[in-house]
Write a protein that binds this ligand. Structure first.
Ligand code: F6P
Length: 320
């Protein structure tokens, strides 16, 4: 019989994680579990940074960005010996039977490792990147997208006043969803993701043709990890005479109070995680498909092919 469950957040933080932690804690308590918070992700297990939580431990966190549990990137957890120690700490020191991990695919890999050592696990997708193949939506994406839109709208004001081209790099890891959706929502003249790459020459030719048609300014949104946008801006300026600036929005995209969509999705997923545990369903990760909650085995989810942002980029390009 399941008695003690724990919740952790791991990897890059995402707005809505707190709503999810709160939901897991409160739903878990209502099912009669003892609920523990693991601080700073998998690193926190190794450090025994684990505390018993109650309803009030998660009061007034719903609207806060980041994660009150803290998070960490902890590559050491890839080592099976480290995971064995972690599993021992969880079971022998704390008597914890199950771990709900909130994060991206790095988090899922850690959960998969713990599952193999007999810990019951549930993964909840939370990353601004929306790059988890087993779900159409990851907690944090909507808030990050809205932050990007706000920044791009502001950049367009100044870019159009100065008749400039702005190259704006957004996060997403290897997934183009943030860039592509931002491209649609801000009317970017060009949107470039790793699914829809353009050569530098194609970009320069496009911008030159726009200028010939009388376009006085341009917004180019590009996913991170494609090129050095500062060098790229310099090249554009040299080749087409467009006064060009590069902006990397950066970690600002990960912060801020979660939107309604992120709060509600996070709460639904947190409650669902507890429901799955009470039904004895474990070693799975939650997904949202057609707005319905679903689950997949974690190892199956990790093998699914990468998402493709091409459809959204096509829309952005058609109307940009
Ligand atoms: O996974 C979320 C994310 O913000 C990615 O978009 C980005 O590539 C990465 O994390 C940045 O990681 P860090 O905060 O460790 O530099």
């Amino acid at each position: 019989m399941l008695k003690k469950i724990a919740v952790l957040t791991s990897g890059g933080d995402a707005p809505g994680m707190n709503s999810c932690v709160r939901a897991v804690v409160r739903a878990g308590l209502s099912k009669g579990f003892e609920v523990y918070g693991i601080y700073n992700g998998y690193k926190g297990i190794m450090e025994g940074d684990i505390k018993l939580l109650n309803r009030h431990s998660v009061s007034e966190i719903l609207n806060k960005g980041g994660t009150v549990l803290g998070t960490a990137r902890f590559p050491e957890f890839k080592d099976e010996n480290v995971r064995k120690i972690a599993a021992e700490i969880l079971t022998e020191k704390f008597g914890i039977d199950a771990v709900v991990g909130i994060g991206g695919d790095g988090t899922y890999k850690g959960l998969e490792g713990l599952s193999k050592l007999g810990i019951k696990t549930i993964g909840i997708p939370a990353t601004i990147d929306n790059d988890i193949a087993s779900t159409e939506y990851t907690i944090g994406f909507d808030t990050a997208l809205n932050t990007i839109i706000e920044c791009v709208d502001k950049l367009r004001d100044t870019s159009s006043s100065h008749q400039r081209c702005s190259i704006i790099e957004v996060m997403g890891n290897r997934c183009g969803d943030l860039a592509a959706c931002a491209g649609i929502a801000t009317g970017a003249e060009l949107t470039i993701t790793s699914d829809k790459l353009m050569t530098k020459k194609e970009v320069v030719d496009f911008l030159q043709s726009q200028r010939k048609q009388g376009k006085k300014h341009a917004i180019v949104i590009i996913s991170e990890k494609i090129t050095d946008v500062h060098e790229f801006a310099h090249e554009i300026q040299e080749k087409c005479g467009f006064d060009t600036r590069a902006e990397v929005i950066g970690h600002m995209q990960r912060g801020g109070s979660p939107t309604a969509r992120d709060r509600i999705t996070a709460a639904r997923m947190g409650v669902y995680a507890v429901e799955l545990l009470t039904k004895g369903i474990t070693s799975v990760c939650i997904g949202l498909i057609d707005n319905k909650l679903t689950y997949n085995e974690i190892d199956t989810a990790l093998k699914m092919p990468r998402k493709d942002s091409s459809n959204y980029v096509d829309i952005a390009t058609l109307i940009g």
